[in-house]
Design a protein. Structure first.
Length: 471
C-alpha cells in the first residue's frame, strides 16, 4: 500500500496541519462507507451532505487524518487545512504523480474508453504490478483518487479521463501527466456543452497534447478525426486500422467473428485473439488495447492471458437470463455512436427466438437532440427485428422514423416491464440501451420481481396480429 508522508501532503496542496497525524497514512478516500484503517479522509462538499459533517464517521471508519477547510479540523482527527478541498485533492494527486516511475497511460473517448481501459489494465497486470481507474472514476474527483491509489513501485498505471464540458480533459491530463495516450473513439457526446463533434475531437485530443515529446500516442487511423488528432501530437504516433495499412492491422474472418487477427507490422508478428464481446466496435477496442500494451512492453502471452481474464464492467453488454427472456443490458450510457454500434452488433447476433430493442433516450445532445433521436430511429428502421420498445419522451422522438418494425411506447421502466410481460414471447432476446439518466436496469429489476410467473394482460395471439404496425 502507498505510504504518505504528512509533510509531503502539506507541501503538495499548500495546506497546514492542525496537528501532525500520529499514525501512518496509507490511503486516500472521500466516502466514509469505504474508508479503511490508515485513510486520509477528503471532506468534499456535496450537494446533499457536506463531508465536514462526517468527520466523526470517518474517524470511526479508520481515518487517521482528514483534508478539510481551514478552521474545520476537530481535536480528535488531525486536519490538513486548505482553502478549497476539491482543488487540494487535485494538487495532492499531481504531487504524488511526480513520485511515480511506472508507465502512466491515459485513455479517453466518446465511447469504449472504459472497455479499452479495463482490457489494457488486465493485459498490463499480467506483465507487472499495475493500478487502474476504479470503475469509471474518470472525473475531477475520481481520477485523483485513482491515481493516489497507485503504488510507487507499480510498473503500470492505466487511467480513464472523462469530460462533459470544455477544458476538463486538459485539466485531468495535467494532473495525470501520462506518457502514453489513446483515444477510443470520437462521436456525438456531450454536445450540449461542447457544441460540435469537432469541438469534442479537439477536447479529447487535449490528452494527446499533454504527452511529452518522448511519449507515445496510439491513434485509430480509421477515425475521420485522425488527422486532427495527429496534428496535436508532438510525440511518436503509432496507428491501428481495421481497413488500411497501419502499425497494427486488425482483420476479422466472418466465418469466425469472435476471433481477431492482428498483424504487428513493425515486428512482422501475427497473432489471432478471441474477442470477449461481440461487434466490430469491440474488435477495434481490442486492437487499440493490444497496440498500447505491446508498445508498453507487454508480451503476447501476457497480453492474451489478460484478455482472457478481462471482465466487462456492469451494464456493458451484460447478459442475463430473467424468466423467459435473454436480456442484454448495455444501458450504462449512450450517445448516437454507441447506440449505433450496439444496435448493429445486436442485429448480427444469432438467436433462436425473437429479437427486441428496448431503447431509452440519449442525454446531453444539446439543441439538435430531437433530430439525433429521429435519425437513430431511421437507423433502427433499417434492420430486421421483431419489435422496438421506446421508453420515455426522448426515445419517443424515434417513433415517426420507424415504419417497418412494430413499436411499443412506455412512459417509464415499470411500464416497460409490464409491456414486455404482455407482448414479448418466451425465448426472446432483448437489448437494453439508453443514457444513464433513464436507469434502464430498473426494467431488469422489475422483470426479476415477476420471474416466478405473471399473468399477461394481452395474449400472444393478439400481439401477433399487431405485428407490422406501430402501437
Amino acid at each position: 500500500m502507498p505510504m504518505f508522508d504528512p509533510d509531503d501532503l502539506a507541501g503538495w496542496c499548500g495546506g497546514t496541519w492542525s496537528h501532525t497525524p500520529g499514525r501512518p497514512i496509507t490511503s486516500v478516500g472521500h466516502d466514509t462507507r469505504t474508508l479503511s484503517e490508515g485513510s486520509l479522509y477528503v471532506a468534499l462538499p456535496g450537494a446533499r451532505v457536506d463531508g465536514h459533517a462526517l468527520l466523526e464517521d470517518a474517524k470511526k471508519a479508520g481515518a487517521v487524518a482528514c483534508v478539510c477547510l481551514r478552521g474545520k479540523a476537530g481535536p480528535d482527527l488531525p486536519g490538513l487545512e486548505v482553502e478549497d478541498v476539491g482543488e487540494a485533492l487535485k494538487k495532492l494527486a499531481a504531487g504524488y504523480r511526480k513520485t511515480l516511475s511506472g508507465c502512466i497511460i491515459g485513455v479517453t473517448g466518446s465511447a469504449g474508453k472504459t472497455t479499452v481501459k479495463d482490457m489494457l489494465a488486465a493485459m498490463c497486470a499480467q506483465q507487472g504490478s499495475s493500478c487502474c481507474t476504479k470503475g469509471n472514476w474518470n472525473n475531477q474527483v475520481g481520477l485523483p483518487l485513482s491515481l493516489l491509489a497507485m503504488e510507487t513501485g507499480d510498473a503500470f498505471g492505466v487511467y480513464e479521463l472523462g469530460m462533459n464540458q470544455p477544458g476538463e480533459i486538459e485539466e485531468l491530463a495535467g494532473i495525470l501527466q501520462p506518457r502514453v495516450g489513446v483515444i477510443s473513439s470520437i462521436g456525438e457526446a456531450h454536445l450540449e456543452r461542447l457544441g460540435s463533434v469537432e469541438a469534442i475531437a479537439r477536447e479529447k485530443s487535449s490528452l494527446l497534447a499533454a504527452l511529452p515529446s518522448d511519449g507515445l500516442a496510439i491513434l485509430d487511423k480509421d477515425s475521420p478525426w485522425f488527422e486532427l488528432m495527429k496534428s496535436t501530437c508532438t510525440c511518436r504516433v503509432v496507428t491501428v486500422s481495421m481497413r488500411d495499412p497501419a502499425e497494427y492491422r486488425g482483420t476479422v474472418d466472418f466465418s469466425s467473428p469472435d476471433r481477431l487477427r492482428i498483424h504487428d507490422t513493425a515486428r512482422n508478428e501475427r497473432v489471432e485473439l478471441s474477442i470477449p464481446l461481440p461487434g466490430e466496435h469491440m474488435c477495434r477496442n481490442v486492437l487499440l488495447a493490444v497496440a498500447v500494451a505491446r508498445e508498453c512492453g507487454v508480451g503476447w502471452e501476457a497480453l492474451s492471458a489478460g484478455l482472457t481474464a478481462y471482465r466487462p464492467a456492469p451494464m456493458r453488454w451484460e447478459r442475463t437470463r430473467v424468466g423467459e427472456w435473454d436480456l442484454i443490458n448495455d444501458a450504462y450510457n449512450a450517445n448516437p455512436l454507441s447506440m449505433r454500434s450496439a444496435i448493429l452488433t445486436f442485429s448480427e447476433l444469432s438467436t433462436n427466438g425473437e429479437k427486441w430493442l428496448v431503447l431509452g433516450g440519449m442525454a446531453e445532445l444539446g439543441a439538435d437532440e430531437q433530430r439525433m433521436h429521429e435519425e437513430l430511429g431511421a437507423y433502427v428502421n433499417s434492420f430486421t427485428l421483431d419489435g422496438v420498445m421506446l421508453i420515455g419522451p426522448k426515445a419517443a422522438w424515434m417513433k415517426e422514423s420507424i415504419s417497418s418494425l412494430p413499436v411499443v411506447e412506455a412512459g417509464g421502466c415499470v411500464e416497460a416491464a409490464e409491456e414486455i410481460l404482455s407482448r414479448v414471447p418466451e425465448g426472446a432476446t432483448l437489448l437494453l440501451k439508453a443514457s444513464r439518466a433513464d436507469q434502464l436496469e430498473l426494467v431488469v429489476k422489475e422483470l426479476r420481481k415477476e420471474r416466478a410467473g405473471c399473468p399477461r394482460s394481452r395474449g400472444l395471439n393478439e400481439w401477433s396480429e399487431m405485428k407490422g404496425r406501430k402501437t
